[in-house]
Write a protein that binds this ligand. Structure first.
Ligand code: NAD
Length: 329
């Protein structure tokens, strides 16, 4: 049991969950929660959105089943645990955890929070899937901002374990602890940002690499396809298993990352001096990128997928293998 700004919440009494917003992310979260046995209310503003969400849930459960990640029975049980509703009151009144996945807009998220707070108990955690908005701002008008927290998943949340946890100025440490504890029970990997940072952690890392990729192509060093080959058949293979720090630890052998830093830094600093530092994409980049990717897709062998749909299938099957290796599924 933990105390949240004077309000008591038991981390182990999360029995029911509401997903508010049933788009790409909300419907995927509903799969994550229901597969762990939690009853989920999946709420959206219109029946059409819910019909679409239901199709997506059923389709994704089928894919998990087809890839032997879950049994037919588990899929059927998860499906039964999800209640689709256009009534916010029905969705949130008796739940202990709310995953908000509405549109990425302050006004909408503030309105959702305002409506939810009128119905739900003050010790219900409200976690926003926001990709980059500040929790302080989302919770600006909240009566209980201590229970408002950011929980940014990587798409699709029912497959990718990472959750970036962000705090607002008034988020209580107990809410952070309770939320992390809950996601760990779901088999997720939460990491807590100790300071607000635009783009959080993972997207900043991605963008750092991508800026250099764009720069290498526009400088004429290599093609778009070469960049993808370099990552896929080089460091990307290791990054799927270990982070960059552990990789440098191993590169240093018995001297560890300290040794590899001392050995490598003098020449790495010369590369760093020559690397991209701009913060505006070069003119024409979207067209250069698309032409390069179109060529790359034509060159791919059919076995590994040539269209978006085929490549998604290839990617997901590989992800399942990796996640099994990481014991995440
Ligand atoms: N798509 C991604 O890759 C991704 C990844 C991580 C986080 N996110 C974040 O997750 C959130 C949802 O993104 P998405 O991609 O699922 O968007 P989406 O457009 O697919 O879904 C948003 C849903 O919210 C519904 N909605 C609109 N007004 C609402 C209201 N007042 N109450 C409840 N629901 C309402 C819409 O009908 C829609 O179904 C955003 O904050 C986004 O930044 C997205």
């Amino acid at each position: 049991m933990i105390c949240m700004g004077g309000i008591t919440i038991k981390t182990n009494v999360i029995k029911k969950i509401a997903c508010v917003g049933a788009g790409i992310i909300g419907s995927s979260w509903a799969i994550s929660f229901s597969l762990k046995g939690y009853p989920v209310y999946l709420y959206d503003t219109g029946q059409d959105n819910l019909d679409h969400a239901k199709k997506s849930v059923i389709n994704n459960l089928k894919i998990l089943q087809k890839n032997a990640i879950i049994t037919r029975q588990a899929a059927a049980e998860a499906e039964k645990l999800i209640t689709y509703t256009v009534h916010l009151e029905e969705a949130v009144q008796n739940v202990q955890f709310i995953q908000e996945s509405g549109p990425e807009n302050y006004e909408i998220k503030q309105n959702i929070l305002g409506q939810v707070e009128k119905i739900t108990s003050p010790d219900t955690i409200i976690a926003s899937s926001t990709s980059g908005l500040l929790i302080t701002e989302i919770a600006k008008f909240s009566a209980h901002p201590e229970r408002c927290i950011g929980a940014h998943p990587y798409n699709p949340p029912h497959i990718i374990p990472l959750i970036e946890i962000t705090k607002g100025e008034k988020t209580s440490p107990e809410a952070v602890e309770c939320t992390c504890d809950f996601y760990v029970r779901l088999g997720k990997e939460p990491i807590v940002l100790q300071k607000e940072s635009l783009g959080f952690i993972a997207n900043r890392l991605q963008m750092g690499l991508f800026r250099e990729a764009v720069d290498l192509v526009t400088r004429g060093v290599c093609s778009v396809e070469d960049i993808d080959k370099a990552v896929t058949f080089g460091p990307g293979l290791r990054w799927a298993l270990l982070g960059p720090n552990l990789i440098f630890q191993l590169a240093g052998g018995q001297h560890g990352i300290r040794g590899s830093s001392l050995h490598m830094n003098p020449s790495a600093e010369k590369w760093l001096a020559d690397m991209a530092k701009w913060d505006k994409f070069p003119d024409g980049w979207p067209d250069i990128a698309q032409a390069g990717v179109d060529k790359e897709m034509t060159n791919r062998s059919a076995e590994f997928g040539k269209t978006n749909e085929e490549i998604i299938q290839f990617r997901d099957q590989g992800l399942f293998q990796l996640l099994k290796y990481h014991k995440k599924i």
